[in-house]
Design a binder for this molecule. Structure first.
Ligand SMILES: Nc1nc2c(ncn2[C@@H]2O[C@H](COP(=O)(O)OP(=O)(O)O)[C@@H](O)[C@H]2O)c(=O)[nH]1
Ligand SMILES: [Mg+2]
Length: 195
């Protein structure tokens, strides 16, 4: 969180985390396509030739007002591929909240778990843990036939019982509810700490 007193703005950083191809960029594109122009920045995508996120995707959006300040939300996605571990760490730096986008397909369970573990290690490096940090889970690709059941995903991934959402990101199903949930959590956290 960053308060710019000159501009009377309060900036939050929200990061979409998850294994490669789980649908993080797709979430961001849907949000970008469905926001009023006056409320958003350009979407910046830095992709490889195969259209996979190279460093990060980024957009900024504005919403209402908090304690007289204009809240701005900076949304980032991370690259999921194993070899981009340094850029994941950099992008996570200074995050206020995380949406973990899991791929519901049964054969992606191990990658979901590995990436959740990678997130936990990166959080610990910056003095946080999954237990204390604001985060939510999104079970994406619910339209595919080879999905694990929600019960299975819940018991394997949601050991901390954080809020979870089901989604079909390329159709926009579940995208906005997930974003609203994390925004509520990060905003509540700063209001409580300001009391
Ligand atoms: N069937 C299905 N495909 C999806 C869904 N969400 C994303 N995709 C597709 O999965 C691929 C990877 O998505 P992308 O957002 O680039 O993944 P990222 O690596 O997490 O950023 C793309 O071809 C998307 O169109 C979904 O809910 N269902
Ligand atoms: Mg991506």
């Amino acid at each position: 969180m960053f308060i710019n007193h000159a501009l009377n703005e309060i900036q939050f950083k929200i990061v979409y985390y998850g294994p490669g191809l789980s649908g993080k960029t797709t979430n961001l594109i849907y949000i970008h396509n469905n926001l009023d122009k006056s409320l958003k920045s350009d979407l910046i995508k830095i992709e490889t030739r195969e259209e996979r996120t190279l460093f990060f995707d980024f957009m900024q959006m504005e919403l209402g007002s908090i304690q007289g300040k204009k809240p701005k939300f900076n949304l980032y996605t991370i690259p999921g591929q194993v070899y981009y571990s340094i850029s994941r760490k950099l992008i996570l730096n200074g995050a206020d909240g995380i949406i973990f986008v899991a791929d519901s397909q049964r054969e992606r369970m191990d990658e979901n778990l590995e990436t959740l573990y990678d997130l936990e290690l990166n959080l610990i490096d910056s003095g946080e843990t999954l237990q204390t940090f604001p985060w939510v889970l999104q079970y994406n690709k619910r339209d595919l036939p080879n999905c694990a059941s929600i019960d299975t995903l819940e018991s394997r991934l949601n050991f901390l019982r954080v809020p979870y959402f089901t989604s079909v990101a390329h159709k926009g199903i579940g995208v906005i509810p997930t974003l609203k949930a994390i925004i509520n959590q990060v905003v509540k956290r700063i209001l409580v700490s300001a009391e």
